[in-house]
Design a protein around this ligand. Structure first.
Ligand code: FES
Length: 166
């Protein structure tokens, strides 16, 4: 037997293009759809890092409940990191203000659901690129723009130099 091309055979990190509903114009499935598909197929949080490594494509971490989001030293003061919930495919943001406050929130703007930017304005504010709503990265409160409701907070904890979802 040659061992290549057999039905059901695993091929390491081969990336497949899936077309159909939820696909991007380039023919690849969206990241959120990809994560939801994995959840529907019964791939739990433990499988999510492998999904990322095998071609999530965006470079954003996919993080399940209780898993590490980042190392503490990866989030410098005045910066933020967008990551994806492994179960739902929804975006979240981990932010550290210039003053050092560290918090995580849903990254879906409470106005109409766009994903906030991970570029902190003036080292303190999360900004939605769609209609310019501004949120305080220390509290999640909406401070200007059409959004009125705060970004929902995601509990985190720090252990051994890493930041975990609670
Ligand atoms: S969707 Fe964010 S400001 Fe409108």
């Amino acid at each position: 037997m040659s061992g290549t091309g057999g039905t059901g055979e695993r091929r390491g990190h081969e990336t497949k293009t899936i077309k159909g509903r939820g696909s991007t114009p380039g023919g690849k499935i969206s990241r959120a759809k990809f994560v939801r598909l994995g959840a529907a197929l019964g791939l739990g949080a433990a499988a999510a890092p492998a999904l990322t490594a095998c071609g999530g494509g965006s470079g954003e971490p996919i993080v399940g409940s209780g898993e590490a989001i980042a190392r503490e030293d990866e989030i410098a003061p005045g910066s933020a990191l967008i990551f994806t919930d492994a179960e739902t495919g929804e975006p979240y943001v981990l932010a550290r203000t210039q003053r050092g406050e560290l918090a995580a929130y849903s990254a879906e703007c409470t106005h109409q659901g766009c994903t906030v930017s991970e570029d902190l304005r003036r080292g303190r504010y999360l900004v939605c690129p769609c209609h310019n709503s501004v949120f305080d990265a220390a509290s999640g409160e909406a401070v200007s723009g059409p959004a009125r409701e705060p970004l929902p907070r995601l509990p985190i904890r720090i252990r051994d130099g890493r930041i975990f979802r609670d």
